[in-house]
Design a protein around this ligand. Structure first.
Ligand SMILES: *Cc1c(COP(=O)(O)O)cnc(C)c1O
Length: 367
């Protein structure tokens, strides 16, 4: 039986999202000394208030969670100066990114994203039966945004069939960031019925705190996504959200599974949002460690893409495969980039001081 043929045409031959190495198997093999730098997780851990909020939910796990996520949405609305009707919660922002294509693009439609843009955009597009148009990224030699989003090229790729544009700012895996003025200019150029998703999974890490949220009032075709997985260190609980015009949110709500965010995630995210001190502490430590790690790699002669995130894209050239294998041998997990067409690079999450030391020691042992 050809099971692939049983799937709807859009899904036949679709390759699922590749989460990198099998971390559970590696943990079993190596034990607690494993250094996990492959998934951009937060090494500093979640706010103590978020942990307490999870425990506080144990008495309630036989109940369904709040299908509206009302408390978390009100806290988010308050923090960002939004109306609750502008918000939709997701089981991670990944879920929402998939839903946008499902809702707004179908067979015959086009979706535009950048070369080296986050891998989920292509999967969402294909799963919806739409066609991806990939705009060329900026050149590797670009001074501030090597291999970053070229918003002019992206605007050029938008055509009469384009329904949706996916941007990541900062972008994963390049770590690059474009300014809010660049985005505002881009939005002015686009037809108003083309929806623009700005994935801000790493927005908290950006110096100066610029966000596309500030452009929502003037652009009803703009959708901004955020997550609690990275700066807020709640990756295991799966909470993300999107912000857009209430009319647009109401349409997306039609495909949301009613209990998509669980009670522990809702409670922990709300508590984490209230612990600004813990967030700032983690961001400061990340900035410090990222600078040290980037310096250490550059002093060893490797090309490191400038980053406004909690990871570094590092070009190891012809030695990439050997370095990856050597790191794994020494219990250090990087993220391979072959799937992105960047087989000469590895993506390295900024760990804590000790983890970064162990990564550099392993690298030096290979030299
Ligand atoms: C990590 C990441 C996400 C998804 O995070 P969730 O855990 O699903 O909220 C989305 N976009 C980018 C660019 C990411 O790196």
């Amino acid at each position: 039986m050809n099971f692939d043929r049983l799937a709807v045409p859009a899904l036949q031959g679709l390759r699922a999202y590749d989460p990198g190495h099998d971390l559970v198997a590696w943990r079993r093999r190596v034990g607690p000394s494993l250094v996990e730098l492959g998934s951009n997780e937060n090494p500093w851990g979640a706010s103590p208030a978020a942990r307490a909020a999870v425990l506080d939910q144990l008495h309630a796990i036989h109940r369904y969670p709040d299908p509206l996520g009302g408390d978390l949405k009100r806290a988010l609305a308050q923090k960002h100066g939004l109306a609750v009707e502008q918000l939709i919660l997701g089981n991670g922002s990944h879920e929402l990114l998939m839903q946008f294509a499902q809702v707004f693009a179908g067979p015959g439609d086009e979706v535009v994203a950048s070369q080296y843009g986050f891998a989920v955009y292509a999967i969402a597009t294909q799963a919806a039966g739409a066609t991806l148009r990939a705009a060329p990224a900026l050149p590797r030699e670009h001074a501030t945004m090597p291999r970053g989003h070229d918003l002019d090229a992206i605007a050029e790729a938008v055509g009469p069939r384009t329904k949706l544009v996916y941007l990541a700012n900062p972008n994963n895996p390049t770590g690059t960031h474009f300014t809010i003025d660049t985005l505002a200019n881009f939005l002015r150029k686009l037809p108003p019925e083309v929806l623009v998703v700005v994935d801000e999974a790493y927005a908290e890490f950006v110096e100066g705190g610029e966000s596309a949220l500030s452009l929502l009032a003037h652009h009803p075709n703009l959708i901004v996504t955020r997550t609690f997985s990275k700066a807020y260190a709640l990756a295991g609980l799966r909470v993300g959200f999107a912000v857009a015009h209430p009319g647009l949110i109401a349409v997306i709500e039609r495909v949301r599974e009613s209990f998509n965010v669980n009670c522990m995630g809702l409670a922990a995210a709300e508590a984490a949002l209230g612990d600004v001190e813990h967030l700032q502490w983690g961001l400061a430590r990340n900035a410090e460690e990222r600078a040290r790690l980037a310096d250490a790699l550059r002093s060893r002669g490797w090309f490191v893409h400038p980053s406004q995130t909690n990871f570094l894209l590092v070009e190891f050239g012809a030695r990439t495969a050997a370095i990856e294998a050597g790191l794994l041998d020494r219990g250090v997990i990087p993220r391979p980039m072959i799937g992105y067409g960047l087989g000469d690079c590895l993506r390295i999450t900024v760990g804590d001081r000790n983890e970064n030391r162990r990564f550099l020691d392993a690298l030096d042992a290979l030299a």
